[in-house]
Design a protein around this ligand. Structure first.
Ligand SMILES: [Zn+2]
Length: 187
């Protein structure tokens, strides 16, 4: 196999050197007291791997993310924050759902597709970092507490948008592949 980090031959999807370069993310508490558990800091190889998941459909990273954080995730239904329809169609993958399916399997609970995505992500001039949070629809309300999943958490604006639909008291935990500094850019 070719390492997805350095593109040299490796024993798996990630060579030992790149694997050792992954930095575990600290836990973050969002405004409102919502706890975020992410696998890695959104830098270096971890950033490349999440971009590979989002734009090239390389899902091995999703397995590694789940393996890394599953011990900290309660056994509750898992709800992915859906990617906009236009991007799901363009890239053929919904990264949060890839993580959600694997996490649900790991904790023995179902995936619930409670949120419907917007067609397009609204943008402001000045790049993706200034993108407005997407507005989600609700397919059906949660019946109990759930684990919410995104691929990368940066400012938490997308999470807050999802919370406003689902109800903050329904969210036991937010999980993500990567946690970014609010000052770093997100593609
Ligand atoms: Zn490598």
């Amino acid at each position: 196999m070719i390492c997805q980090g350095c593109h040299l031959v490796a024993g798996g999807f990630l060579c030992e050197r790149c694997r050792s370069g992954l930095r575990p993310a600290p836990e973050r508490i969002l405004h409102g007291g919502i706890r975020v558990v992410a696998a890695f800091q959104h830098v270096g190889v971890a950033r490349d791997l999440v971009l590979g998941l989002k734009y090239r459909g390389l899902t091995a990273f999703a397995d590694l993310v789940v393996e890394s954080i599953a011990p900290r995730v309660p056994a509750m239904p898992v709800v992915p924050i859906p990617r906009t329809w236009s991007r799901q169609i363009r890239y053929g993958i919904d990264p949060a759902r890839e993580i959600a399916v694997r996490m649900a399997r790991a904790v023995g609970c179902p995936v619930l597709d409670l949120l419907s995505p917007p067609i397009h992500a609204p943008r402001r001039a000045g790049g993706d970092h200034h993108r407005l949070p997407p507005r989600f629809g609700m397919r059906r309300p949660p019946e109990g507490r759930i684990v919410l999943v995104d691929d990368v958490v940066t400012t938490g604006a997308t999470i807050r948008s999802a919370l406003s639909v689902l109800g903050p008291d329904r969210i036991a935990l937010v999980i993500a592949a990567n946690l970014a500094d609010t000052v770093s850019s997100q593609r």
